[in-house]
Design a binder for this molecule. Sequence first.
Ligand code: BG6
Length: 294
Amino acid sequence: MPTEKTGRGVVLKHSTGCTAEVLFYGATVVSWKVSDASAELKERLFVSSKASLDGSKPVRGGIPVVFPCFGQPSHPDHSKLAQHGFARSQTWNFDSVVMDNEAGVSIRLVLDPTGNEAISAIYPKSFKLTYVVTLAAHQLSTDLHVENTSPSETLEFQALLHNYIRAPADDVVVTPLQGLQFYDKTESTEHPRTNPKVENRHEVDVKRYTDAVYENGPMKYRVTWPTGGVEIKARNFKDVVIWNPQEKGHMIGDMESDGWKNYICVEPGYVRGFEKLGPQKAWIGQQVLTVIQD
Ligand code: BG6
């Protein structure tokens, strides 16, 4: 069976043996396993062993979906929202199996706020979200479709895919970010959002506490370490966030002990400014993660 529904989500299985698991809660991908060179199935995402997977709070790990605001809300339409919005803390509905063949296996989940009072109380907008997760050999694609279902109003939003890539944090580097303008959220200056820096490093590491929002990136990144890596290719996600809390991870309640040593967050998104989607229009933000052979 290439897809298997469980109580909490869907498991995707590809003929090559690789697997992925998507929770209904938050449409969070919580596992992506691909074989390494010695044919051993290896987990490629990090999920904290202290993460709650029962829908009581956003999952600390995997690929949470951030919508319609990134970080603390800064748009008047988002004033009632929590950090990173509500998509990651709502239960999505299974829609269908989109594809099931040698090339890949793919499912679609939907978050439709119609009749959902928890959403309309904090975000009374007309929209619909669809998330398509596709598993292929060595590849995982996740596509977020945003539809503005209003006949007259523009929908202004941010969106981001918060990838926790399993990697040795002290040895991992991300390229190519050199020359990009970025906003350093680790600085206690009052307005890091309006005080950009320029990245001068050829290879960006997270050996120190890092929380950086890069603007207008190339949408193709290599996340590598001495024994492996992942390529991330994005579409319509013009920005990218690099985050690792290092020792500050102690302060995160659902972070396992030393968990920050085992991942890097590389998060393609549209987070500087807002995507302005006209009435009855649709937008797709996409990413493809590919294992660089290890
Ligand atoms: C990153 C942000 O995307 O997410 C960080 O840039 C934030 O500032 C991190 O700390 C984790 O956020 P949360 O809400 O999942 O703890």
